[in-house]
Design a protein around this ligand. Structure first.
Ligand code: C2O
Ligand code: CU
Length: 496
């Protein structure tokens, strides 16, 4: 039997397969790039040789990189880009991550086509906290652009316009569901009746949260953002930009689609998965609120209880006045996204990229105009993100480098310092690296600042990140060598 997988949208009116004359930045000629297998707690050395005509960096999304933000791959913050013709070897240090993570370029919008999965293999003599699957498959939800993404975005940015969105969604670089324009190129997953498969999903889409379902099948989510969770059986998932989810699919339905090699006509009655409407926030919440950490003896959690650093961040997108009229946009204004401080913080966390220019070249401290937050080593940190209804309100997938954090609470409306904390889950909150902040609601996250270094925090909705919905947390060194940042690699790309 065969199962077709579907993202939300399939393709536009042209045939992806026959659209061959575009420039596309790829890794090793592939889209998506290669899956990297690494054993839990090991490290990977990835030599990146840049053959593009512009600088690039690569980031290892969700890998904690203890004491090693040098290899975090943040363009202009932790390193300068790898120049055309040059190379740099990243040392990617895994610690307690399990399941699936991913890697992507982190310079402008190059991550649109430069990304791939990390499959984290079990440690020797250990087993999954679920029945062993018959086989496994990485599924990357991505996008297709009818041109070079950097060009498209540079053009949009130059005019102050809302950057063009992509032209189609893809699964592993191919159209998701057979349709007039994509019958011969749709992504197909071959499964054998009665067997159970582990599907490792990555949402590499630039600007959209995705619902994902499989026609006629329920499946079970067992891991999320590189940590195991209590199994959630569902007919669909909602996966936010940048997140990963591992799901178990048992092929136990009567086969509904037959797939033939060569010339074939698709039956007229291919079942589509029943997915919620794209704007169905309740359906999204109904799924996400079911996610809980596994929190078992073998997979323990470590949620801070006595908070020593509390940060309140207002997350919103506004029109702001440009510092000079030349920045483009209607009426000299343009869209901006912000992370702004509220009553709890002493340091503002505002960074408008387009008014301050690039972040700057210093590899340890962000340059003037970028305000970072310094945090002492070992602090028990709580961050409350408050979304708003202002302007172009959307959910914001907030992502923090260098950490996983616990999602201890969420709600609609305004965060209330008195009543909201009483709803917190400190027993088995999900441990994630990216969390959707509702446009008119709040989320509270917690983590221990036990990873000294320079860590980017930003909205993983690419438009918003480009508009400045970014900041940097700098965790200071502790008092010992083991709690201090590693020495920088000798060949870290320079800016000159
Ligand atoms: Cu997926 Cu700043 O990264
Ligand atoms: Cu956002």
């Amino acid at each position: 039997g065969f199962v077709f997988l579907q993202g939300l949208l399939v393709c536009t009116a042209y045939n992806v397969h026959h659209y061959s004359f575009i420039t596309m930045l790829t890794i090793n000629g592939g889209f998506p790039g290669p899956t990297i297998h690494v054993r839990k707690g090991n490290r990977a050395y990835v030599n990146v040789h840049n053959e593009a005509s512009y600088g690039v960096t690569i980031h290892w999304h969700g890998v904690k990189q203890p004491r090693n933000s040098w290899s975090d791959g943040l363009e202009s913050i932790t390193q300068c880009p790898i120049k055309p013709g040059k190379n740099f070897t990243y040392e990617v240090i895994f610690s307690d991550e399990e399941g699936t993570l991913w890697w992507h370029a982190h310079s402008d919008w190059t991550r649109a086509t430069v990304h791939g999965a990390f499959v984290i293999l079990l440690e020797a003599n250990t087993t999954y906290p679920f029945p062993k699957p018959a086989a496994e498959q990485v599924l990357i939800l991505g996008e297709w652009f009818k041109g070079d993404v950097k060009e498209i975005i540079d053009n949009a940015t130059a005019t102050g316009a809302d950057p063009t969105l992509s032209d189609a969604y893809t699964i592993n670089g191919q159209p998701g569901f057979p349709n007039n324009c994509s019958t011969d190129t749709s992504y197909k997953l071959t499964v054998e009746y009665g067997k159970t498969y582990l599907l490792r999903l990555v949402n590499a889409v630039m600007n959209e949260e995705m619902f994902f379902g499989i026609a006629k099948h329920n499946f079970t989510v067992v891991a999320h953002d590189g940590a195991y969770i209590k199994p959630v059986t569902t007919s669909y998932i909602m996966i936010t930009q940048g997140q990963t989810m591992d799901i178990l699919l048992t092929a136990n339905q009567s086969p509904t689609i037959l797939q033939y090699t060569g010339n074939y006509t698709l039956p007229s009655s291919i079942p589509y998965p029943t997915l919620p409407n794209v704007t169905d926030q309740d359906a999204a919440d109904n799924f996400t609120t079911r996610i809980r950490s596994l929190a078992s003896a073998k997979h323990p959690i470590n949620v801070p209880e006595n908070i020593t650093t509390q940060i309140f961040i207002l997350v919103s997108v506004n029109q702001i006045l440009c510092a000079n009229a030349s920045c483009g946009g209607p009426n000299g204004n343009r869209l901006a996204a912000r992370l702004n401080n509220g009553s709890f913080v002493t340091h503002p966390l505002i960074y408008y990229k387009h008014t301050t220019g690039n972040v700057g070249n210093n590899t340890l401290y962000p340059s003037q105009g970028t305000k970072a937050r310094l945090i002492n080593y070992g602090e028990a940190v709580e961050i409350v993100f408050q979304g708003t209804n202002v302007g172009n309100a959307e959910n914001h997938p907030m992502h923090l480098h260098g950490f996983s954090f616990y999602l201890v609470g969420t709600g609609y409306g305004n965060f209330n310092a008195t009543s909201s904390p009483s709803t917190y889950n400190l027993n088995d909150p999900p441990e994630v690296n990216t969390i959707g902040v509702p446009k008119n609601g709040w989320v509270t996250i917690r983590f221990f600042a036990n990873n000294p270094g320079v860590w980017f925090m930003h909205c993983h909705l690419e438009r918003h990140a480009s508009w400045g919905m970014d900041t940097v947390l700098i965790v200071k060194n502790g008092t010992t060598a083991e709690t201090s940042i590693l020495t920088p690699p000798a060949n870290l790309p320079t800016c000159s």
